[in-house]
Design a protein around this ligand. Structure first.
Ligand code: AKG
Length: 427
């Protein structure tokens, strides 16, 4: 265990009782106020991966892991200084290193193990992938079933991506200070070993930005474990919470909270899941708008070029604006992994599912990677409508008028407007 961290005083993250692991409790106390919590083992105790990866005495079943997943390709990083570039290419080789006490600086991050297991199952037959993940790994907990991101990604077979990952790390590894993709939420369940989390509420962001920018300038990253006690005390006064997470516990990281994560034992395994829903739609929208502004600035010379070309060749304003919005959109897509058209398609697809009978959702879920969402695991329809409506109004009023220039977007947005009317009339 690292000895560099200071005392764990300051605010604390609430540890929920088993009876508090309900969507209603979680929504009122953590989703709405956007605050972290630690779920107890009760949330995940039926997950098969605990009994498959660990012996009854709690030690790691190296042989099971090696025989079941050893042949899978991996891309681990080495955080040693100097870094050892000879990282194993197979999970089995990484396990072998760890088993003999070596490879403490190797970190296998964002490993799409659930997707790999799902794909294996699908090769046996349609629908088998979901069964395989459920029977051998885990089930999405009810508290985070209301997930717009995976519901949408999962329905779009062409993208074939998802946001659930295994993190497997040696004892000297950490994840530097960051905020999660799309300002989404994450939950991380500790399967083996323990971690220390530094959690910063969004009010700390203006004070963290310069530290992150300076670290980037020096081609490095912010490691909170290395901060002096004085710096930690300064951030504690601003709301920093430091929490240790142990086996079986699941931590909820709210939207927009910076965090840095430090593995405290060798090795550690955790399962993470990013997700988002109506409670943070406005934040996600704003994050996309900020990224769009950044991308516009970054390629402003392209806009000038297009205007000149339009003048030379008589293309007119409609031509250059369409080309320009397309170029900006492609850049946002490259840097963020999605852009306005995906955001609005995701919103439309979620609204369409909102008051569909559960039996219909169940039928549809048979051919999707994700479980159906029962109405008691979602907020009331009127709440969702109230979150989406101002964003559509704002988007229609944006001076850039992306809805006018990006192919198909006006149609998607009109669909969202129609769904809002339908849902309002029905509630
Ligand atoms: O476990 C880690 O190293 C990082 C996890 C993380 O950043 C997250 O779940 O958001």
């Amino acid at each position: 265990m690292s000895s560099r961290a200071g005392p764990l005083e300051g605010r604390s993250v609430p540890k929920l009782a088993p009876s508090e692991c309900t969507y209603a409790h979680f929504r009122a106390n953590h989703l709405v106020p956007n605050t972290p919590c630690l779920f107890p083992r009760a949330l995940v105790e039926r997950w098969p991966l605990f009994s498959l990866w660990l012996h009854v005495d709690g030690t790691l079943d190296w042989n099971y892991l090696a025989s079941r997943y050893g042949a899978l390709d991996i891309d681990a990083v080495d955080l040693g200084s100097p870094a050892d570039e000879s990282s194993p290419r197979l999970f089995g080789d990484l396990l072998a290193l760890w088993r003999r006490g070596a490879g403490r600086a190797k970190y296998l991050k964002d490993w799409h193990l659930p997707l790999a297991v799902w794909r294996e199952g699908e090769q046996e037959g349609r629908g088998k992938g979901k069964e395989r993940v459920r029977d051998e790994l885990y089930d999405v907990p009810g508290v985070c079933l209301d997930d717009w991101m995976n519901e949408w990604e999962g329905s779009d077979a062409a993208r074939g991506d998802d946001f659930r990952f295994v993190y497997a790390g040696g004892g000297d590894t950490f994840t530097p200070l960051h905020r999660d993709v799309y300002s989404s939420y994450s939950i991380s369940t500790q399967i083996y070993g323990s971690k220390r989390w530094y959690l910063f509420p969004p009010s700390c962001t203006p004070f963290l930005r310069p530290l992150i920018a300076e670290a980037e300038r020096q081609d490095t990253a912010v490691n909170c474990d290395e901060w002096s006690e004085a710096v930690k005390a300064e951030f504690r006064a601003r709301g920093l919470t430091v929490v240790e997470q142990h086996e079986g516990e699941t931590i909820f990281i709210p939207s927009g909270w910076h965090h840095s994560v430090h593995n405290l034992s060798h090795p550690t395994f955790s399962l993470n899941h990013n997700w988002l829903n109506s409670h943070i739609l406005a934040t996600v929208y704003q994050a996309l708008a900020d990224e769009a502004a950044r991308c516009r600035d970054a390629i402003d010379d392209v806009r000038e070029m297009l205007v000149e070309q339009a003048q030379r060749e008589g293309g007119g304003e409609a031509w250059w604006r369409r080309e320009w919005e397309q170029a900006v959109d492609e850049l946002i897509e490259r840097s963020e992994g999605w852009s306005w058209p995906t955001f609005w398609r995701m919103t439309l697809s979620t609204l369409r599912n909102l008051n569909v009978p559960f039996s219909v959702l169940q039928d549809r879920a048979a051919s999707s990677r994700w479980p159906p969402i029962p109405s008691e695991a979602r907020p009331p329809v009127a709440f969702v409508v109230a979150q989406v409506r101002p964003l559509v109004l704002d988007f229609r009023k944006r001076s850039q008028e992306e809805w006018r220039w990006l192919a198909g977007l006006d149609e998607v947005l009109s669909g969202v407007e129609r769904e809002l009317e339908r849902l309002t009339a029905a509630t």
